[in-house]
Each structure stands twice: as C-alpha cells, then as structure tokens.
Design a protein around this ligand. Structure first.
Ligand SMILES: [Zn+2]
Length: 194
C-alpha cells in the first residue's frame, strides 16, 4: 500500500512539473510571436514613406521625414530644390564646371547617386551625366508641370528631387541626366571609404 502511495505522489509531482514546463514554453512562444509582430510593424509603418507619382503609381522611400525635419537639415535652397522640386539657375551651380574624380551623393541623405565617370559637358548649364552610379540609385517619374512633359529624376533613398532625364545624351546610353548641383554633394575618390 505504501508503495502505491509513493508511486502516486511521484506521478503527481511529475505531472504538475510537466504542466508548468508546458506553460513556460507557451509563454516563450507568445513572446516570440509578439517580437515578430513588432518587427513587421516597424517594416510596414514607420520606416517607409509612400508618395503618389504623377502617373498614379505609388513609390516608397527608406527615408521618411516631414517638411519640418527637412527644413531643419537642409539650406533654404536645398529645401526648395530637393523637397519642392525647384531648379537652380542655369550656369550657376557649383558642379556645372567641375571635373574632379569622385562620387556625387544626395545632398539630402548621402546616398551615392552619380560618379565622375559618367559626367560630361552637355552645355545645358547644369551638371550632366549619361547614367547614374547604379541603375537603382535613382528613380524616375513622369512630370507634367510647367506645361511640359518631362521625366523627373529622384533619389531612390529619400525621394529628393534631383532634376530631369532627357533622351539627347551621348553614347552609350543616349541619356542626359540633367541634375541640380544643389541636390548633390561631391566626395573625392580618395576619401570614399569613410
Ligand atoms: Zn536622398
């Protein structure tokens, strides 16, 4: 009889401790799932902004700042060109007559956009490139402002306005990326690594 009692108690203890372990595991799983949800929300919500392009398709950019934040970071002229799609006066930009070797980054977010390799003198009055640094560094959209139909070029990282692209460029692409100096920040080749 004593033996049976001991065995019963033993089973009971084993049973309850098993249950406790299961509960712990369940809690851990719930916590993991919550973490996953939070990550999803951050990905879908706060870090990506969406704008409507002229053609109606929506574009999203990794850098999402409101106009007040941009105003704090940019000079008035940078804000006018990058965020309000302005244009610098022809022949006045700092990179119009400029031939150093290096990369041109976005003045808004630092994203590499163009390199000196693709820069050429178009005579248009603005820095001109026949191609971006990489195909995906810029995005384009149809622009029907000012009574013209043009293709606007924007930074693929922050959506900042850079200029327009025309089909009268040199080989090998036949394209002319007509870009505002104000939208660019030049970095010489030697200090690329930092
Ligand atoms: Zn940018």
């Amino acid at each position: 009889m004593k033996h049976i009692h001991i065995v019963m108690i033993g089973l009971l203890i084993a049973g309850t401790s098993c249950q406790a372990q299961e509960q712990k595991q369940e809690q851990a799983q719930i916590q993991e799932e919550n973490c996953g949800d939070e990550l999803m929300l951050a990905k879908d919500g706060s870090s990506v902004s969406t704008v409507k392009s002229a053609s109606g398709e929506s574009m999203s950019f990794a850098i999402d700042k409101n106009n007040d934040e941009w105003k704090n970071e940019l000079s008035p002229e940078e804000f006018r060109v990058l965020r309000e799609k302005g244009t610098e006066v022809a022949y006045t930009g700092k990179y119009y007559k400029f031939d150093k070797d290096g990369v041109y980054r976005c003045a808004g977010c630092g994203h590499t956009l163009f390199t000196s390799t693709e820069k050429y003198h178009s005579g248009s009055g603005w820095p001109s490139f026949y191609a971006p640094a990489e195909e995906e560094t810029v995005v384009t959209q149809r622009d029907e402002s000012h009574g013209m139909v043009r293709v606007e070029v924007m930074c693929a990282n922050c959506g900042g306005h850079l200029g327009h692209v025309f089909e009268d460029g040199p080989r090998p692409t036949g394209l002319r990326y007509c870009i505002n100096s104000v939208s660019l920040e030049f970095k010489e080749e030697s200090d690329n690594e930092e």
